[in-house]
Design a protein around this ligand. Structure first.
Ligand SMILES: [Zn+2]
Length: 406
């Protein structure tokens, strides 16, 4: 399926959340769920009297989530940080941040090294020490923190930068969901995502916030989606002066084709395997490289999985005639909820695996069958409720492919 990267820039604060039952707070998410854009597109068609054709127009298009970053020259991509990315407990942060004021002791991705350790241990290698990574600057422990980051390339320099979103809070008069009129003496707080965010340049300066993500579908439909977004406010409270955006095509070059990512991932794994094999007491007992092909499924949005009808944090894949279970994973639980605008009711809450979760699978079948299946997986999502934006994933996330500290 065709993939197009798009970019949405808020003009006003955007409220991307919903009122929690029994609370007077309307909070926001800091990424733009694809379903919000889908809703705006449908609204635009409705406003043009095209109600009948809405299902046909929206059919065959999958809108992924859009992730926040600062609009800054040389953008490669934006993403939630994978759970295998660790940073120093004492001085967390990328070492390659453009601003010296933002720099920390670096962020290192341990997935490939951890996987090699796991695979060799599974084959009977006993290492003198457990798998642990400490900060190369200060020796302190490393930990994961959930955040969005983006990559910029300027000349020969590659910069990694944490997204520094800003929020905007306002007190509003409550409107009854049933009567569509204001409720007496009821006020609530609204928090929106601000159109400005911290600039990668630091020094207290700010930048335009950009939200970047993928749309799968034919180009004429993507064109129509962009036209719709340029005239339709998005998110909650859009009738009350919030949520206007500009939308356009994005040039994102940080994601190579799946085949290239797959090759690089397996080359990195071979290298880590060989390094580690040397540390095993009897290296000759182990092959010089792992035999099968390995790949990761990295969640860009929460994933909802079920195993024999029971909620699970771990997905299963079916590729060709094979049924694959992950051989190694990093995940944390989350709750997936949602609000149905059509029903005016909250949707059922499911256990979900958090965005950033990483799952490694092993494949011993024909390589071309794998690539086609993975392309399908990336374009359709993994697990349940994918039509609501859950289970959006990337195969062999580019962040795993570089071993050095960033
Ligand atoms: Zn440190």
């Amino acid at each position: 399926m065709d993939v197009t990267w798009i970019q949405v820039e808020p003009i006003d604060p955007v409220v991307l959340g919903s009122v929690r039952a029994g609370s007077n707070f309307l909070s926001t998410q800091s990424y733009l769920p694809g379903r919000v854009l889908r809703g705006a597109w449908a609204e635009w068609l409705l406003a043009q009297g095209l109600k009948e054709s809405i299902p046909a127009r929206l059919d065959g298009v999958r809108i992924g989530n859009l992730f926040p970053c600062a609009e800054w020259q040389g953008l490669q991509y934006a993403s939630p940080l994978p759970m295998s990315a660790l940073s120093c407990k004492r001085e967390a942060g990328f070492r390659s941040e453009p601003s010296p004021a933002h720099r920390g002791h670096g962020v290192v991705d341990v997935l490939v090294a951890h996987l090699a350790y796991h695979l060799l241990s599974e084959r009977g290698a006993s290492f003198p020490v457990p798998f642990a990574i400490t900060c190369s600057e200060c020796g302190d422990r490393m930990e994961y923190s959930s955040l969005f980051y983006s990559v910029y390339r300027r000349g020969a320099q590659t910069h990694y930068s944490r997204t520094r979103e800003s929020y905007y809070t306002q007190t509003k008069v409550a409107i009854s969901r049933y009567r569509r009129a204001s409720v007496d003496r009821m006020l609530y707080n609204v928090t929106g995502l601000s159109p400005r965010c911290g600039s990668p340049e630091g020094r207290g300066s700010d930048a335009q916030l950009a939200l970047i993500g993928r749309v799968y579908g034919p180009s004429e439909k993507v064109e129509e989606l962009l036209a719709a977004l340029n005239t339709t406010p998005i998110g909650a409270l859009r009738t009350r002066g919030l949520g206007r955006v500009k939308a356009k095509y994005a040039s994102v070059s940080g994601f190579e084709p799946i085949e290239a990512r797959l090759t690089r991932f397996n080359a990195a794994l071979r290298e880590a395997w060989m390094d580690l094999r040397r540390l095993a007491p009897e290296p000759q007992d182990f092959r010089e490289s792992p035999r099968d092909t390995f790949f990761t499924v990295d969640l860009l949005s929460p994933g909802i999985f079920r195993q024999h009808g029971v909620p699970s944090l771990v997905p299963r894949l079916s590729i060709g005639a094979s049924f694959l279970k992950p051989v190694f994973w990093l995940t944390r639980p989350d709750l997936a909820s949602g609000w149905s605008t059509a029903w005016g009711l909250p949707k059922p809450t499911d256990l979900a695996a958090r965005a950033g979760s990483a799952y490694v699978f092993r494949w011993d079948g024909p390589p071309d069958q794998l690539v086609a299946a993975l392309e399908r997986l990336e374009s359709q999502g993994v697990g349940e409720r994918c039509d609501e934006g859950f289970g959006e994933c990337v195969i062999c996330h580019p962040f795993h492919l570089e071993m050095s500290e960033r």
